[in-house]
Ligand binder design. Structure first.
Ligand SMILES: CC(C)(COP(=O)(O)OP(=O)(O)OC[C@H]1O[C@@H](n2cnc3c(N)ncnc32)[C@H](O)[C@@H]1OP(=O)(O)O)[C@@H](O)C(=O)NCCC(=O)NCCS
Length: 336
């Protein structure tokens, strides 16, 4: 580790030039693994570390530097609304600086803070085919009892013409009791409580780790999420399904467009409230979202989505829509 220093830095004091270096490491890492996955731009990296998804910075950020150049980074997140015994980190060492103990040095700092915060479960993840898999295993992590997420991509401009219209009509034939509404950006105040119900519905999604608690949603979390996304220059598109007769909210599908690099959009949660399942609302909302985004944001050429490989219903919907697997991401937990 000649000339390498590891320092903790305040994410709120991070400079754009440093964030650009972090972004460049992630880009080089995916390229080295032969993965065609979009990475954050420097500004997106900066605002993500500062705002995450609830307007709070990451709980710990360490940089490894060699001769003043950043060669590795790790960010630690300590959930506080739920799962308060867990810690999650993401880190990368530049491919040219690997196998020299930098990853281990970054991990030691991370584990020390996680330990001080009383977190007994420490999670990380790595893409199949990347150095992260053997490295995490060598560092004491295991995938035992945990899952794998497949990353699927929809080629928006290359989709067969009329496919999403056809699927929309097919789903609507089963969902005549429902109507769809669109929302762009932050949730209006009179809709916040309804949005809590819709976000909570994701807690039914199959989880590979039985040790994890449900996500705790309340009005403050919805507002913070929307504020964080706006601060990160992510435009949030929401398609919501409402039961016509009762007026109850029944389903939600979300997509984020990064205004700093809008070519690849991200499909976020899609969830249907339990009592409204079985009416093709998942397919309806997603087909509607794709029709909308194609029209509204012609610069979006692809949409990426993550699914647990055990989430058969959602995978079936995504494959109908034309999504194909481009990568697999394996979850790991530090063994006691
Ligand atoms: C994971 C990562 C940060 C490790 O960085 P690194 O600087 O190469 O790690 P170290 O040199 O400290 O190696 C740590 C241990 O992993 C082992 N290791 C690292 N890469 C390995 C590989 N490709 N194959 C086999 N073992 C490997 C090392 O031998 C070492 O074990 P040892 O001390 O028992 O010999 C790096 O591979 C990376 O950036 N991967 C892509 C991002 C990622 O997947 N991150 C996962 C954590 S969020």
């Amino acid at each position: 580790m000649f000339n390498v220093g590891v320092n903790r830095v305040d994410p709120l004091a991070l400079e754009l030039d440093t964030a650009e270096q972090i972004a460049a490491i992630d880009r080089a890492s995916l390229q080295a693994a032969g993965l065609d996955i979009p990475t954050k731009s420097g500004p997106a990296q900066l605002t993500s570390l500062q705002l995450q998804s609830d307007c709070r910075p990451v709980d710990g950020l360490w940089l490894a530097r060699e001769n003043a150049r950043v060669i590795g980074h790790v960010a630690l997140q300590l959930p506080w609304r739920d799962n308060t015994d867990t810690a999650h980190f993401r880190g990368t060492v530049h491919p040219a600086a690997r196998r020299r103990g930098v990853g281990r040095a970054l991990l030691e700092e991370t584990l020390s803070l996680a330990g001080e915060a009383g977190r007994s479960k420490v999670y990380a993840g790595a893409y199949e085919g990347s150095d992260g898999i053997p490295a995490l295993q060598a560092l004491g992590f295991s995938n035992r009892g945990l899952g794998v997420n497949a990353v699927r991509r929809l080629d928006v401009h290359g989709a067969p013409p009329g496919l999403w219209d056809r699927l929309y009509d097919e789903a609507m034939a089963r969902a005549a009791d429902y109507e769809l509404e669109h929302q762009v950006g932050p949730t209006p105040e009179d809709m916040v409580e309804g949005m809590v119900t819709l976000h909570e519905a994701i807690n039914d999604a199959p989880l590979d780790d039985p040790d994890l608690e449900d996500d705790a949603w309340d009005a403050d979390r919805v507002r913070s999420y929307d504020r964080a996304m706006a601060g990160r220059r992510q435009t949030v598109y929401r398609v919501m399904a409402r039961h016509r007769a009762s007026g109850d909210w029944a389903g939600l599908s979300m997509m984020c467009v990064d205004e700093l690099s809008p070519t690849v959009a991200f499909q976020e949660d899609t969830s249907v409230v339990r009592g409204h399942r079985g009416h093709r609302l998942g397919l309806l909302m997603k087909a509607d979202m794709l029709r909308w985004i194609t029209w509204e944001r012609p610069e979006v050429s692809a949409v990426d989505t993550w699914n647990a490989t055990t989430n058969h219903h959602m995978i079936a919907v995504n494959e109908k829509l034309g999504a194909t697997v481009v990568a697999r991401h394996v979850s790991f937990r530090l063994q006691a």
